[in-house]
Write a protein that binds this ligand. Structure first.
Ligand SMILES: Cc1cc2nc3c(=O)[nH]c(=O)nc-3n(C[C@H](O)[C@H](O)[C@H](O)COP(=O)(O)OP(=O)(O)OC[C@H]3O[C@@H](n4cnc5c(N)ncnc54)[C@H](O)[C@@H]3O)c2cc1C
Length: 437
């Protein structure tokens, strides 16, 4: 008889783990709170669109091999396109291209020795291998590495928008990983990530994975013979031989924290994170007329930090000719913006959007707002040392989340790399273990 694994959470962690375990001969059951798969990379589809759109902007980098291999293994006919979309900075009200060395030399208002310092610092990070010092130091070393002007005018506004007042505590390793692993060519699968999550779910069903959607795990307790007892929507369920929590870290901690050593629970509960919000605009005409895909906003008074014009990256033909723009930011988990109605958020952002394109409202077809709490863990040297392993230390119970990823920045590629490793670990541990009666 097959061994049975119970996975909670059908984001890309839960989906890819279900795939790897069923490939290894496990009988898998997958529970998810939401009524759609994909978690942070789930999406929505408007009438007339050929493809759904991810609720939060997503792309891959050329180095993201684990994700690419998984996709090719599961769906050999789905291709990933790697165009080279344009990145720009909004600097003193002007859109300035920022795609590579040539643009660096054209940065307005920067003395040549500052440009040289920035170029050398970026090169050093890009070509440096991982060094333990990156985990011990924080980004407050960056002015020395990248030059005071470049840090103050480019990186500091971005870091403080992403991490709020906590930015000086972010590990230098987090910044190194972003520079190291990024390519100027960006990957996007046919049908988008939301479409891919739907296809993966259909594939898993075909492979006899049992899927239970709209099932929120509210309680988890040790059961008999090393199994776990769950409560979903008020109903009880008994786990298979192995249980995996593929949930946001604070949610897993809410569920199993009281079962962990007290000191560990208290330390992990203090691990800060930031919420993410996107306002998605559907327009008749482009918003960023110069074909910019990714516009970093360097002025901290703006209530958002990035404008991502998806259809300057992927053809609007997939979306019935509509031009789709994400206006995104990171916020404290208790920021009132996260509770406001979509129309209030549009009203709040509109004066700032007009500074970029004055008449955008004339082309507005519609808009949506998406928000997720604990969407970005704050990676500090302290939490780097305390980061959890894939084993919880509780019998037959494993976990993985964005907080398990280091030194690389959280993302789909490292998520899949971790699930592949976890499937191997679970399989080898269970082979050594006598079967529960
Ligand atoms: C704004 C933004 C942009 C991003 N851009 C990129 C990018 O360009 N490239 C990239 O690679 N990555 C990107 N990421 C990161 C990427 O989205 C995540 O790393 C990845 O989706 C995490 O997957 P996950 O399955 O671990 O978690 P999640 O996606 O959070 O999935 C968790 C799942 O658990 C379910 N769940 C939660 N609580 C319960 C419960 N109690 N019971 C049952 N189910 C529950 C949820 O419904 C969800 O389906 C981005 C993230 C954000 C926020």
């Amino acid at each position: 008889m097959n061994k049975r694994a119970t996975i909670i959470g059908a984001g890309f962690s839960g989906l890819s783990l279900a795939y790897f375990l069923q490939r290894r001969g496990w009988k898998v059951e997958l529970f998810n709170q939401s009524n759609q798969p994909g978690g942070l990379a789930a999406g929505f589809r408007e009438k007339g669109w050929q493809w759904p759109l991810d609720s939060f902007y997503h792309h891959l980098f050329q180095q993201d091999r684990a994700f690419r291999h998984w996709l090719q293994e599961m769906f050999p006919t789905i291709t990933i396109d790697y165009p080279r979309p344009k990145t720009s900075l909004l600097l003193e009200g002007k859109i300035i291209p920022f795609n590579g060395t040539a643009d660096l030399w054209r940065l307005p208002g920067f003395h040549w020795n500052q440009k040289l310092h920035l170029g050398a610092g970026m090169g050093l990070l890009k070509f440096s291998p991982w060094l333990p010092i990156f985990a011990r130091q924080t980004v407050s070393r960056l002015p020395q590495l990248l030059g005071a002007q470049a840090f103050g005018e480019i990186w500091k506004p971005l870091l403080s928008a992403k991490f709020g007042d906590l930015w000086p505590e972010v590990a230098l390793g987090w910044f190194w990983a972003r520079i190291k692993s990024r390519s100027s060519r960006l990957g996007y699968p046919q049908g988008g990530f939301a479409g891919l999550a739907d296809k993966t779910l259909a594939y898993l069903k075909q492979k006899h994975v049992s899927i239970y959607q709209q099932q929120k795990l509210s309680r988890l307790r040790p059961g008999n013979n090393g199994h776990w007892q769950f409560t979903f929507n008020g109903r009880r369920h008994h786990s298979g031989e192995t249980t995996i929590l593929a949930l946001p870290f604070p949610e897993s901690l809410r569920l199993i924290g009281p079962l962990l050593p007290r000191r560990q629970q208290q330390q992990w509960q203090q691990w800060p994170s930031r919420a993410a919000l996107t306002l998605v605009l559907r327009l008749r005409k482009p918003f960023l007329m110069d074909n910019t895909y990714w516009l970093n906003i360097l002025n901290p008074v703006f209530p958002f930090v990035v404008v991502v014009e998806h259809t300057n990256f992927i053809s609007p033909a997939h979306y019935n000719g509509e031009h789709l723009v994400y206006v995104g930011g990171y916020y404290a988990n208790d920021d009132p913006l996260l509770r406001q109605r979509p129309a209030t958020i549009l009203r709040r952002f509109t004066p700032w959007l007009r500074k970029i394109r004055l008449d955008f409202e004339n082309d507005l077809i519609g808009f949506n707002v998406f928000r997720a709490r604990a969407a970005q863990p704050v990676i500090t040297p302290y939490f780097t040392r305390l980061r959890p392993g894939l084993e919880t230390g509780l019998p037959n119970l494993y976990w993985l989340s964005q907080n398990h990823i280091f030194p690389w920045d959280r993302g789909l590629n490292w998520t899949v790399a971790n699930t592949k490793k976890l499937a191997r670990l679970i399989d080898s541990k269970t082979r050594k273990r006598p079967r529960a009666s």
